[in-house]
Design a protein around this ligand. Structure first.
Ligand SMILES: C[S@@+](CC[C@H](N)C(=O)[O-])C[C@H]1O[C@@H](n2cnc3c(N)ncnc32)[C@H](O)[C@@H]1O
Length: 368
């Protein structure tokens, strides 16, 4: 059964014009195909040093309001383009997985237990970057951070760039997402020299302002959150070349500050080596939509977050209609879940959007 929430299927349409492809990345909507029986992928560490890379990485510029430096991020279209251009980049089976995920049929954003949405950028991750950018220096420097369900990993990209003293580990359900989106995004934002065609930035900004003038009021209501991205976030293409002889050194630089993990949260704690060192900060965006996964997510928080001062930030829509997840079920479960030592985590709301579809950020910390 597929649940749909104001869903538009344009995000998978290669025929769309470029502007729509840029906006696809921040759609507000979520649909889940639950027809598959859930067979959780076991968690394991992803080998960053062996990650295959194309000779050119393409992405978009994303200017998050109040954040000085733009972030560079890949879109579905960039990955599709790479798949079409470089079919000999990875082994055939891996290619097939990616192509089928990119061409989801049946109007679903996610297929439960198979593909969990990481190829798209979800808008609460932009809220998270904005929020993190407003925190005092000492709260966002010299930190060991874990981003759960990272996908495009905007919060991680921001934190890696904000201070070179931060170490940021990333996790996504699908190794294909880590390979084609997360690692290239980290490279674009930390190691590579990107080419930014300045004329392109101006053109897109102009097009966005003229198109927003033309919208009628009904459309304005329907597309409120999408428009927010149009108005606040200028995007345009960038690309960076990767000479093949430089790949090992570049991936080594990434691996010095980042570990990557793939698979389900249920088996993640054993992979993280948290007995040796836990995390100062855990960030996660748009990952509490499915009620069945909340216990495993909270278990990772409890096992991986440093006591007594570790902090988690959870960015999410208030309600994900029809699938049981959202802020309330998350908070209810958090409030009654103790760890092995009998300790609990508490939450406080630190951000709420004013849009029709409410988005929030919760700060989660130990109640000791
Ligand atoms: C809707 S996407 C959000 C991606 C990204 N955080 C963003 O905001 O753009 C949900 C993410 O949660 C992760 N996820 C969902 N359920 C999971 C599970 N049971 N175990 C591990 N990861 C999961 C997936 O990796 C996926 O990338």
């Amino acid at each position: 059964m597929a649940f749909k929430f104001n869903f538009t299927n344009e995000d998978l349409d290669l025929e769309d014009n470029e502007e729509n492809q840029q906006l696809e990345t921040s759609l507000n909507d979520l649909s889940i195909d639950e027809s598959n029986s859930v067979n959780k992928l076991p968690s394991q560490e992803y080998d960053i040093l062996s990650s295959p890379l194309p000779s050119v990485i393409q992405g978009d510029i994303l200017q998050v309001p109040s954040v000085e430096k733009p972030l560079y991020k890949r879109t579905l279209a960039d990955v599709k383009f790479q798949m079409a251009e470089q079919d000999n980049l990875v082994d055939e089976n891996a290619d097939k997985d990616v192509v089928s995920m990119l061409n989801l049929s049946g109007n679903s954003d996610l297929i439960k237990g198979v593909y969990e949405g990481g190829f798209k950028t979800w808008e609460c991750s932009i809220d998270m970057v904005q929020y993190l950018s407003g925190l005092p220096e000492d709260q966002v420097t010299n930190k060991k951070v874990l981003e759960l369900g990272c996908g495009s990993s905007l919060p991680s990209l921001y934190l890696l760039d904000r201070s070179h003293t931060n170490r940021v580990d990333v996790q996504d359900y699908n190794d294909q997402v880590i390979r084609y989106i997360t690692i290239p995004n980290i490279l674009l934002n930390t190691v590579l020299t990107v080419q930014e065609p300045s004329s392109n930035v101006e053109e897109v900004a102009e097009e966005e302002s003229s198109s927003s003038e033309e919208e009628d009021s009904e459309e304005e209501e329907d597309d409120e959150d999408e428009k927010r991205i149009e108005e606040d976030v200028n995007t345009c293409d960038v690309e960076a070349e990767i000479p093949s002889d430089k790949i090992p050194a570049m991936l080594k630089l990434v691996s010095e500050r980042t570990r990557a993990f793939v698979g389900d949260w249920s088996s993640l704690p054993e992979q993280l080596n948290v007995d040796q060192e836990k995390y100062d900060m855990i960030v996660t965006s748009e990952t509490i939509y499915a009620e069945h996964a909340l216990p495993d997510l909270i278990n990772v928080f409890q096992k991986a977050l440093k006591k007594p001062d570790g902090v988690c930030y959870v960015a999410a829509k208030t309600v994900y209609f029809g699938v049981g997840g959202g802020i309330l079920p998350f908070c209810n479960l958090l409030a009654k879940t103790k760890d092995a030592s009998g300790d609990k985590l508490k939450y406080e709301k630190v951000f709420e959007s004013e849009s029709t579809v409410k988005r929030e950020i919760l700060k989660v910390s130990w109640e000791l």
